[in-house]
Design a protein around this ligand. Structure first.
Ligand code: GLY
Ligand code: MN
Ligand code: MN
Length: 451
């Protein structure tokens, strides 16, 4: 399946020069703050497997990917000097064991002065001579690839870039819409596979086929969970055989487009039963939270608003009894919903800068008792983030309520009813607007329904 199908090439091409201009301007400020003259952004080097002669799948430096849509090109560099056209040192190794990367091609190439090199020795000539005025951004596991640059990832520059990277450019938003459409294609194929009675592994294969990603190209390991497995937040296995009786399906899976990720979760009931009704109610709850997203909202407040809604839902559905305040204070909501409401999304699935209070790196701590909340900032226009409330039966956490007085507030007969279904999570990707948000995920479903 070709990525072109998910986005309009002419639109991408028209938005890209401005994107590069924004990156240049952000790097101008970061270089000034760091007192440096050149930014050298390294794509990364593959990590070799211990005692063996092959590498782990290559994961490119996200800073590099935000400049160029190259996710599978190790040993490349961008050299940015304010006032100059950015240079891309493009590594095309002469290697008869592996297929070297194709020559650079595509809409993005015009924004760079591209220097194709064929060996490590050729790289140095294209780096600035004044290495002491360079900062290098990237992961250096072997000094040889730093070429004598000593300032690696200085906080002065990197904190600024991370803080600003959370607001997406028009080009990035196009890529993220495309990543959502691509992911939704996979989700539709996965739902069909679930209804056909396939195993977790079979569903996973159908998903990968529909999005056109090999496993290592996925933005994160697919979470493909049938029945009780849906209660394992980051369930990491794929059972090769279907369960004796399939009841429910939770899938948390994304896709990439030009390096940008989507991160989507859906939960399904096989039958039109009480669990299906609970999913519908939970979907309403998730949509209410999406409806609260807008510029100026403190994300930690939205996370607490989710606890309030879950407390009411627990009481209404008889899973627990008590006022919302009591269920929150006694830890009952946290036992059923033990993760954060969402996180920034971009080149990285858990994108950077979620806890930064400013561009110097000052951290904003999560609310007490919610250490896993990855996003504690006030929302700003064009940030893209996930909204992903959940509700699960996790016995370890329910047993833990014995210490807080919450255990007796749960209705254990109702909890026994829910346990075989595992749980529910519904996750959309949204772009913050001044008066609400753009829901990339629901928009992508609407496009697929219209086809
Ligand atoms: N897919 C991991 C998450 O939703 O954060
Ligand atoms: Mn997520
Ligand atoms: Mn997810």
């Amino acid at each position: 399946m070709k990525p072109e199908r998910y986005a309009d090439d002419a639109v991408l091409e028209s938005r890209y020069p401005d994107h590069v201009n924004v990156l240049m301007s952000r790097h101008d400020s970061a270089l000034e703050r760091a007192g440096a003259a050149h930014a050298v952004i390294f794509s990364g080097a593959p990590l070799p497997v211990f005692l063996d002669d092959y590498d782990y799948p290559f994961k490119a430096n996200p800073h590099f990917v935000s400049w160029v849509p190259l996710t599978g090109n190790p040993h490349c560099y961008i050299v940015y000097t304010p006032g100059d056209k950015p240079v891309l040192i493009y590594y095309q190794e002469e290697d008869y064991w592996h297929l070297p990367p194709a020559s650079p091609d595509g809409f993005w190439t015009r924004q760079f002065d591209i220097r194709v090199v064929h060996s490590r020795d050729d790289i140095a000539a294209h780096l600035p001579d004044d290495r002491d005025k360079c900062i290098l951004i990237g992961e250096i596991n072997d000094e040889a690839w730093a070429f004598g640059i000593e300032r690696i990832n200085p906080g002065t520059a990197v904190n600024m870039l991370h803080f600003e990277r959370t607001a997406k450019t028009a080009y990035e938003l196009e890529c993220m819409r495309a990543a959502s459409r691509r992911g939704v294609n996979g989700h539709l194929a996965a739902e069909a596979a679930f209804r056909e009675g396939k195993s977790e592994f079979g569903i996973h294969l159908d998903y990968c086929d529909a999005v056109g990603h090999a496993e290592h190209e996925l933005p994160y390991g697919n979470i493909i969970a049938l029945n009780e497995h849906a209660a394992v937040l980051h369930y990491q296995h794929q059972a090769k055989r279907p369960p004796e009786r399939t009841r429910s399906f939770l899938i948390d899976a994304g896709a990439r487009f030009n390096g940008y990720a989507s991160d989507i979760t859906r939960t399904y009931a096989l039958e039109d039963d009480d669990f299906a009704t609970l999913i519908e109610r939970f979907d309403d709850l998730q949509q209410e939270l999406v409806g609260e997203v807008r510029t100026g909202v403190e994300f930690a407040d939205l996370h607490m608003s989710c606890h309030l809604k879950i407390a009411k839902l627990l009481d209404e559905t008889g899973l627990a009894r008590g006022s919302a305040d009591t269920l929150i204070e006694s830890g009952v909501t946290a036992a059923f919903y033990p993760h954060g409401l969402g996180h920034f999304l971009g080149v990285q699935v858990h994108d950077v800068g979620g806890r930064q209070g400013d561009d110097t790196g000052t951290a904003i701590a999560p609310p007490e008792g919610h250490p896993f909340l990855r996003l504690t900032r006030r929302l700003e226009a064009d940030q893209v983030l996930t909204i992903e409330p959940g509700l699960y039966v996790i016995d370890m956490l329910i047993d833990g309520l014995k210490a807080t007085g919450g255990f007796d507030r749960a209705d254990h007969a109702r909890v026994d009813w829910l346990r075989p279904y595992g749980g529910i999570r519904i996750e959309d990707n949204v772009r913050v607007l001044d008066d609400g948000c753009e829901n990339l995920t629901r928009d992508a479903y609407a496009v697929s329904e219209a086809r």
